[in-house]
Unconditional design. Sequence first.
Length: 357
Amino acid sequence: MENKNIALVVGATGITGSNLAQELISQGFITYGLSRTPHNTIENLIPVKADLLDIQNLEKALENISPTHIYFTTWMRNDTEDENIRVNSALVRNLLDVLSPKKSIQHVALVTGLKHYLGPFEAYAKEGKLPETPVREEHPRLPLPNFYYAQEDEVYKASERDGFTWSVHRPHTVVGYAIGNLMNIASTLAVYASICKETGRKFIWPGSSEQWNGISDVTDARMLAKQLVWASTTESAKNTAYNITNGDVFRWKWLWKRLADWFEIEAVGFENEIKPLEKEMENDLEIWKQIAQKYNLKEENLNRLSSAWHTDLDLGRPLEVMCDMTNSRNLGFSEYQNTERSFIDVFEKLKAEKMIP
C-alpha cells in the first residue's frame, strides 16, 4: 500500500485535536498526535512528545515521521497580542521548517476561529466597528494585530516554498469533549450546572442581552473534524478558508433553559446586566473539591475542567454572532449537527467518565 495518508495532528490532546484524531483514524489515516504532554487515550493514535518552540527537540521527535497531511489545532495563550503573534507564528513556522526537507507534505490545514472577524482577545468585539453578521469568509482582515493572521501567513509562505495545498478553518465556539482545555464552554457549563445543583444555586445567564436574545450558532468538534478531513482530501476544496458551524441556529434564551433542564436546576436569564461566570465561580474551588470527593470524581481541580474567562468572552459579546458557510456548502460539504445534542453528548460523556456527578 503506497500512497498511504499519514496525518500529523498538532495539539492532539485538545478538543479539536482529539476529535480530529478519532475521525482520521476512522477514515484509515496513519495518525500521529503531537503535543507537549501526550496522554494516550485514543486507540491507534501514535503519540509524539515534542516542543514546537524547540527546533532541536522537534527535529529529533519527527526524525522518522514523514506526514502527508498536517492539521494544526493548537495555540499558546500569552499576555499580549504581540506576544501571541510572536509565539504562535513560531509554532507553525518551526514545524513546517523542520518538515520541509522531507518533501512529504501534501496539505496543511490550520484551525483558527471567529477572532479572525471579531478581533483579538484584548480588542475582542470592542474596537472600532463591529463586523456585519453573519460573518462571511470573504470579509477582509481587521486592521488590528491578530495571531490568526500571522499563523495563516506562515502557512501561505511555506505552501509557496514547498508546494503543498492548504485550508483554513474558522469554527465558532467549539463544543466537544476534552479535559484540561483552555477554551471549553461545554465542560465549563457542565461544572457550573453541577455546582448549582449541589448547592441549590440558580443557573444564572452570565452574558450580554445581545447574546441572550440574538441568534447564535456553535461548532461541534466532530463537525470541525469532518470538515478538516473533507477539505484536506477533496481536490476542489484546496487553498480556501472555511467557516464551520453545526448548520443550525438557536437563541441562548431557548437553549439555556434546555441545558438547565438536563441538570434539573432552575435557569435565570438576562436581567439588566452581565454577570460574569468567572466572578460567579471564583470561590468555587473548594466547593468543587468537596463535590469531587463526595461523588468520587476523577478531577478535583476546578480549573482543569472549566475556563470561565473564555465562556464569558463568548457569551458577553455585544452583538449576535453567526457564520455563513457558503464556501464549503457550495463545494458539497453537507454535514449537519443538532446543537442541543452537541451539549448533551458532552454532558453525558463527562458523567460517564466521572468528571461530573
